[in-house]
Ligand binder design. Structure first.
Ligand SMILES: NC(=O)c1ccc[n+]([C@@H]2O[C@H](COP(=O)([O-])OP(=O)(O)OC[C@H]3O[C@@H](n4cnc5c(N)ncnc54)[C@H](O)[C@@H]3O)[C@@H](O)[C@H]2O)c1
Length: 355
């Protein structure tokens, strides 16, 4: 029986994919070495999520393999026949990458080509989905003219209203080391689609979110914001008057997009994938909204200097994906996303005795 491979299976998107495909009756192999803990410390530990998955799935096998281990990956592909590879394992933080440039590049670029090449050698007919990022555009989206509104930045011109599309350049812009390592993975994945004709898809994510994120300051915007609001710590807002805008997509809608592509693959295509305008929110709007939903007021401080290469207003233009896959749509709005994250964080705090 053909199986599905999910790398980063204990992370936010990977775990959603594992659970979704398992629920459909597929055999799913999840590869995750809990490296998120190495990147971000105990708060980034994903073992709780792995345990949750084990309790809720029927045909899921976990493998604690490192995607940098080429021989190990090769062995895995010899042992299983995969029809779909969903590649979510990554060093996912823009800021963290500057402290660990080599490790970041090895995981995001080398790990990705290890998986692509193993797919080409062992199951070239399989669909391969690579989770890339809007950081491959570097800070080029900051060149779009903006207007300042009371609580957010927004695009000034009517033609930019729907957000950034896939034609945005990825070259000659400030990416952060993370954006550069992901761009390397993104380009090589496209090449396996275009040059080798494999069924490869590249999704350039906006803010991907959901209840299974092990949110930390350096990665997981809404999840970490909810965590600090509930636990009573102090949150730092970096630059742009707190009016920077992010578009947020629930992990379920990401997995639905993966499912749509897998059913009707277009080799080598690239799609922006985020919450779009309807799920966009600025930092100060999010603080306000979470405050009224939890009944807790966040203590936050403003740091004048923005994060290097950070986007001021980023909204994913979903037009291309919607045109190619008209059955797909956003099913979870911002309030529903926040409700789920709040419920999940409360449950975790109760379990750990903190709440
Ligand atoms: N969450 C976002 O906002 C966002 C935005 C844009 C793109 N993305 C991309 O989407 C993908 C999934 O992101 P996520 O939020 O689920 O991240 P996540 O950190 O929650 O999950 C990634 C998982 O990969 C595992 N991992 C890391 N290095 C590994 C290695 N060398 N070998 C095996 N496993 C390893 C980690 O332990 C973690 O569980 C990533 O490629 C990320 O760059 C995420």
């Amino acid at each position: 029986m053909k199986k599905r491979l999910v790398t980063g299976g204990s992370g936010l998107i990977g775990s959603e994919a594992v659970e979704y495909f398992d629920g459909q009756g597929h055999e799913v192999v999840g590869v995750d070495n809990n490296m998120r803990r190495e990147f971000f410390g105990a708060a980034g530990d994903t073992l709780w999520n792995l345990e949750r998955l084990k309790g809720r799935t029927k045909r899921f096998t976990h493998v604690g393999l490192d995607i940098r281990d080429r021989a190990g990956i090769d062995e895995l592909f010899r042992a299983h026949r995969f029809e779909l590879i969903v590649h979510c394992a990554a060093q996912p933080s823009h800021d963290k990458a500057r402290d660990i440039p080599l490790l970041d590049f090895e995981v995001n670029a080398l790990g990705t080509i290890n998986l692509l090449e193993a797919t080409r050698q062992h199951c070239p007919e399989a669909v391969f989905v690579f989770m890339s990022t809007n950081k491959v555009y570097g800070d080029a989206p900051n060149e779009i003219p903006l207007k300042e509104l009371e609580t957010r930045w927004d695009y000034a011109r009517a033609e930019d209203f729907e957000g950034v599309d896939e034609k945005c350049r990825i070259d000659q812009t400030l990416h952060s080391l993370f954006g550069a390592s992901k761009a390397a993975g993104d380009l090589v994945a496209q090449e396996y689609g275009r040059y080798f004709g494999m069924k490869v898809c590249v999704f350039r994510g906006g803010c991907l979110t959901g209840p299974s994120h092990s949110g930390v300051e350096l990665h997981g915007f809404l999840s970490y914001l909810v965590k600090v609001t509930l636990s009573g710590g102090t949150y730092s807002v970096f630059g742009y008057k707190g009016k920077q805008v992010r578009d947020n997509i629930h992990s379920h809608d990401v997995v639905r997009a993966i499912e749509e592509f897998a059913a009707n693959p277009r080799p080598g295509e690239v799609y922006n994938l985020g919450g779009g305008r309807e799920n966009s929110v600025s930092m100060i709007e999010a603080i306000e909204r979470i405050g009224s939903m939890t009944g807790k007021k966040l203590s936050w401080k403003y740091v004048e200097e923005a994060r290097k290469g950070d986007h001021i207003c980023y909204i994913s233009n979903l037009g291309k994906f919607k045109r190619d896959y008209p059955s797909w749509k956003i099913t979870r709005g911002l309030d529903r996303i926040l409700e789920e994250i709040i419920a999940s964080q409360r449950a975790q705090m109760t379990l750990s005795g903190a709440g």
